[in-house]
Design a binder for this molecule. Structure first.
Ligand SMILES: [Mg+2]
Length: 210
């Protein structure tokens, strides 16, 4: 069988050919937010609370130049706890993309899990699977953004960021933040996961190995 990737419907009449009309899937660099893109001060939800991690914006520019889509996957239990609203988080993420406009890039999607098991009475338990280490938001991003997990990466500062990536066949990288412990380091070494001080260092490594 011959597989032709086209967007031209006229080719569909070629005998013996299977023609695929969809878009080719893109590789994606999935990103944790707090502790990976911005300094984690706990419950960051306003622009004035956002401090970019050193080199993070440069990392995003490099990834875009190399054809990666960018999807942020973030647990924001502060919403379930009533500390802030999804609207505030969405406005913050809009502001983040405004910041990136100077570099002519943007993050393609922000996927937010607003839930927490201690604040979930009366709600559908399945919604908790949106929280990392669940894979639901990764799969939603893949569908909405046309992403192939093959060739994609994930960077985060907690094991719960890396587990869903490993489950889906996404290459994981650990970024050191204030949550880093020797135990986490040992776990990463056991699973052959590389550890970097900054997202930018992980991205430069990934692109050099490409
Ligand atoms: Mg984090």
């Amino acid at each position: 069988m011959v597989l032709i990737m086209v967007s031209d419907a006229r080719l569909s009449t070629y005998p013996g050919c299977f023609v695929y009309f969809g878009q080719m899937s893109s590789k994606c660099f999935f990103l944790d937010r707090d502790g990976t893109l911005n300094v984690d001060y706990d419950f960051v939800h306003k622009p004035q609370e956002w401090t970019w991690c050193d080199g993070a914006m440069d990392a995003l520019v490099l990834l875009k130049q190399k054809g990666f889509k960018l999807a942020v996957i973030t647990n924001q239990s502060g919403i379930a706890r009533g500390r802030f609203s999804m609207d505030q988080v969405n406005r913050l993420h809009g502001w983040v993309n405004d910041q990136l406009q100077n570099d002519l890039i943007e993050i393609d999607g922000f996927y937010v899990a607003p839930w927490h098991p201690d604040y979930h009475d009366g709600k559908d338990p399945a919604l908790l699977d949106e929280r990392k280490p669940g894979t639901v938001l990764f799969e939603r991003a893949a569908t909405e953004l046309g992403i192939s997990f093959d060739g994609s990466c994930m960077a985060g500062d907690k094991i719960s960021d890396l587990l869903p990536a490993m489950h889906l066949g996404i290459k994981p990288y650990l970024i050191r933040s204030r949550f880093y412990t020797e135990e986490i380091g040992n776990w990463c070494r056991q699973h052959h996961i590389l550890i970097f001080d900054r997202l930018l260092d992980a991205v430069e490594y990934e692109l050099s190995a490409d």
